[in-house]
Design a binder for this molecule. Structure first.
Ligand code: SIN
Length: 278
């Protein structure tokens, strides 16, 4: 199969054209895609046509499925496939999941290495997903800041009391299955590309070991402000057929609620198992 992989920015994102993942991929292509994923952090594989089982099969080119904490939020008839939708609500208002920068499910001892989306319904404009590169941000930090944060460990809970936004409540069954908090380094090393990255999630970080909460929150806010500069960003403008996979060890991301909420935005979503951050 003839295909090409081309960078979307100098630091983050690559576009793959000429592959139909429903035809299956041979060992060599699978290895090339996984190498490109570790190098570019976000892959946009264009021109796909997936039913939920086909989406699962495509995801498995990159790893093993990871169960969403909110088990009840799956595509009807497909318990393994989750979704994001602008039709959800929390009491009294519309709920947009992923509306502020975060990395997925960092409350787990071994958080998912990757997340994938595939659009079913898109607004006519807007609704982009924004990514920022946490390797680049880490590399550029002043030496004194690197020294200050290397070795610090943060406690990630399901929903931090300091979170900038709400999460929808879990069903009783899902709540029972949430693991104990993940305690993770603020700086982690990517197991495949060997680069260091900031590992931050204001939605889930509730404390940093050995620091007063006020100082810990101040540090997370300072690092987030640094990391979310536009120069580290790849902003994905959705097209039908885009299979997008991102590396939760390299980028943080957010959903953009800048579109007409009378239009439907609905995407299938899957995650892949990762390792304990180190
Ligand atoms: C997410 O945070 O996983 C969803 C991102 C999006 O809806 O663009």
């Amino acid at each position: 199969m003839e295909y090409m992989i081309a960078p979307l920015t100098p630091h983050t994102g690559a576009e793959v054209r000429g592959l139909d993942l429903n035809e299956g991929v041979d060992t060599e292509t699978r290895a090339a895609l996984n190498r490109a994923f570790a190098e570019h952090h976000v892959l946009v594989i264009r021109g796909q046509h997936f039913t939920p089982p086909q989406f699962i099969a495509a995801a498995q080119v990159f790893g093993e499925l990871f169960q969403h904490d909110k088990r009840e939020m799956h595509v009807p008839g497909y318990p393994q496939v989750y979704y994001v939708s602008n039709e959800q609500t929390v009491p009294g208002k519309r709920y947009i999941s992923g509306e502020t920068f975060h990395t997925d499910h960092s409350n787990h001892p071994a958080p998912p290495k990757a997340t994938m989306l595939f659009p079913v319904s898109l607004p006519s404009y807007g609704g982009d997903t924004q990514y920022v590169n946490m390797h680049e941000a880490y590399d550029d930090l002043p030496a004194a800041t690197k020294e200050r944060i290397n070795g610090l460990r943060a406690v990630h809970v399901y929903l931090s009391k300091y979170s900038p936004r709400e999460l929808r409540p879990l069903s009783e069954d899902s709540a029972r299955q949430v693991p104990p908090p993940g305690v993770h380094p603020l700086v982690r090393t990517h197991p495949e590309n060997g680069r260091k990255a900031l590992y931050l999630n204001p939605v889930r970080i509730e404390s940093i070991i050995g620091m007063e909460d006020e100082a810990a929150l101040g540090l997370v806010a300072e690092l987030m402000e640094y990391a979310t500069q536009e120069k580290y960003e790849y902003r994905h403008q959705w097209r039908y057929g885009d299979f997008v996979i991102w590396d939760n060890r390299s980028v943080i991301h957010k959903a953009n609620p800048d579109y007409d909420m009378n239009e439907r935005r609905y995407l299938y979503r899957l995650m892949l198992k990762g390792e304990t951050p180190a």
